[in-house]
Ligand binder design. Structure first.
Ligand SMILES: Cc1cc2nc3c(=O)[nH]c(=O)nc-3n(C[C@H](O)[C@H](O)[C@H](O)COP(=O)(O)OP(=O)(O)OC[C@H]3O[C@@H](n4cnc5c(N)ncnc54)[C@H](O)[C@@H]3O)c2cc1C
Length: 276
C-alpha cells in the first residue's frame, strides 16, 4: 500500500551516509511488512538495500548473512556437505508461506527485526547459536546472541537508531544434526508452533521453541530426555503466560502441540541418520 505519511526516502550508499536518527524514521529492508499496513508515525524511510551488502559468505568459521539477504538468496545457498544442519535452512525459509514475490524481497534481518513469534529466521538463528551484529547510532558496533534479539511480539533488542547489520552462524552449530517441526491451524497458515532440535556429537541436545511462545525459548539437555524430563523442562521454562495468543492459535493449543512436537523431535534425533 502507499505510505502517505512518508515524506522522504533515503538511499545511503555507505555507513557514513546514514542519517542521524530522528523520530519518524524507519529502516526499509524488503518492505513486505512495512508496505502491508499503514505506518502512521513514519515520515522517513532509510532504504538498507542501497548499502549493497553482500548477502552471504561461507567461511571456515561459519556462515555470515547480511541482514538484507533475502529468503530466496538464503534458500538457494549451496552449503558444505559437512554442515549437517544445512537442510534446516530451507525448512526455515519454507516456514514463511509467502509467494515468490515475498520470498524474493523479504529479508532475514527484516524477519528478526519485525519480531513476530512466528519469525522463522528468528527460530533458525536462535537454534544455531547465531550472533547478531548491530550498528549503533554513534558509529559503534555491538554483538548480541540471536537468542536475545527478539524480546516479545513486535519487540526487539534494538535501541533507537540501531540497525541490524547481519548474523553469523558458527561452524560448530552448522555441524549439528537437526530436527524441525512446525504446525499451523490451516495448511497455508502462519506457524502456531515451530520447534527445532539439535544434537551435538557429545550427545548434548537443545530444543528451541518459537511461534508457540512470545519469545524464543531454549532448553538444553545432556542427552535425549525421556517423556517425563522433557515435559518437566518445558513446564519449567514456559509458564502459561508465555504461550502466545492470537488468531493463529490459542495458548492451550500451542502448549499442547509444543509438547507433541518436542517429543517428535526427541524421537527423530534419537533415530540416527539424517533427521527431518
Ligand atoms: C504472505 C505473507 C506471509 C508472511 N508470513 C510470515 C511468517 O510466517 N512469519 C513472519 O515472521 N513474518 C511473515 N510475514 C511478514 C514479513 O513478510 C516477514 O517477517 C519478512 O521477513 C519481513 O522482512 P522485510 O525485509 O520485508 O522487512 P520490512 O517490511 O522491510 O521491515 C520489517 C520491520 O523491520 C525493520 N527492519 C528491517 N530490517 C531492519 C534492519 N536491518 N535493522 C533494523 N530494522 C530493520 C523495519 O523498519 C520494519 O519495522 C509474512 C508476510 C506476508 C506478506
Amino acid at each position: 500500500m502507499d505510505l502517505n505519511t512518508v515524506e522522504t526516502v533515503l538511499r545511503p550508499r555507505s555507513r557514513s551516509q546514514l542519517p542521524s536518527w530522528q523520530d519518524g524514521d524507519a529502516c526499509l529492508a524488503g518492505g513486505t511488512w512495512l508496505f502491508s499496513e499503514p505506518q502512521l508515525t513514519t515520515r522517513r524511510l532509510v532504504d538498507l538495500t542501497s548499502l549493497g551488502w553482500s548477502p552471504h559468505a561461507i567461511g571456515p568459521d561459519g556462515l555470515t548473512l547480511a541482514a538484507t539477504c533475502t529468503f530466496a538468496q538464503l534458500d538457494r545457498l549451496d552449503l558444505p556437505p559437512a554442515w549437517s544442519a544445512a537442510p534446516l535452512i530451507g525448512q526455515c525459509c519454507r516456514a514463511l508461506l509467502g509467494s515468490f514475490k515475498i520470498w524474493n524481497t523479504a529479508t532475514v534481518g527484516g524477519n528478526l527485526c519485525l519480531a513476530l513469534p512466528a519469525g522463522p529466521m528468528t527460530a533458525l538463528a536462535a537454534a544455531l547459536d547465531a550472533r547478531c551484529t548491530i550498528w549503533s547510532a554513534d558509529g559503534a558496533e555491538r554483538d548480541l546472541p540471536a537468542m536475545d534479539f527478539v524480546l516479545g511480539p513486535r519487540r526487539n533488542a534494538l535501541r533507537p537508531g540501531e540497525i541490524l547489520r547481519g548474523l553469523h552462524i558458527p561452524t560448530e552449530a552448522l555441524m549439528r544434526r537437526t530436527a524441525f517441526r512446525r504446525i499451523s491451524l490451516s495448511p497455508a497458515g502462519r506457524s502456531g508452533a515451530l520447534l527445532i532440535g539439535t544434537l551435538e556429537a557429545s550427545g548434548a541436545v537443545a530444543l528451541t521453541v518459537t511461534a508457540a511462545v512470545r519469545r524464543p525459548i531454549r532448553l538444553a539437555f545432556d542427552g535425549l530426555p525421556d517423556d517425563a524430563a522433557l515435559a518437566q523442562a518445558i513446564a519449567a521454562a514456559i509458564p502459561d503466560a508465555l504461550y502466545h495468543d492470537d488468531v493463529h492459535g490459542r495458548p492451550d493449543w500451542r502448549r499442547h502441540v509444543t509438547g507433541l512436537l518436542a517429543r517428535e523431535i526427541r524421537d527423530a534425533l534419537g533415530e540416527g541418520g539424517s533427521c527431518i
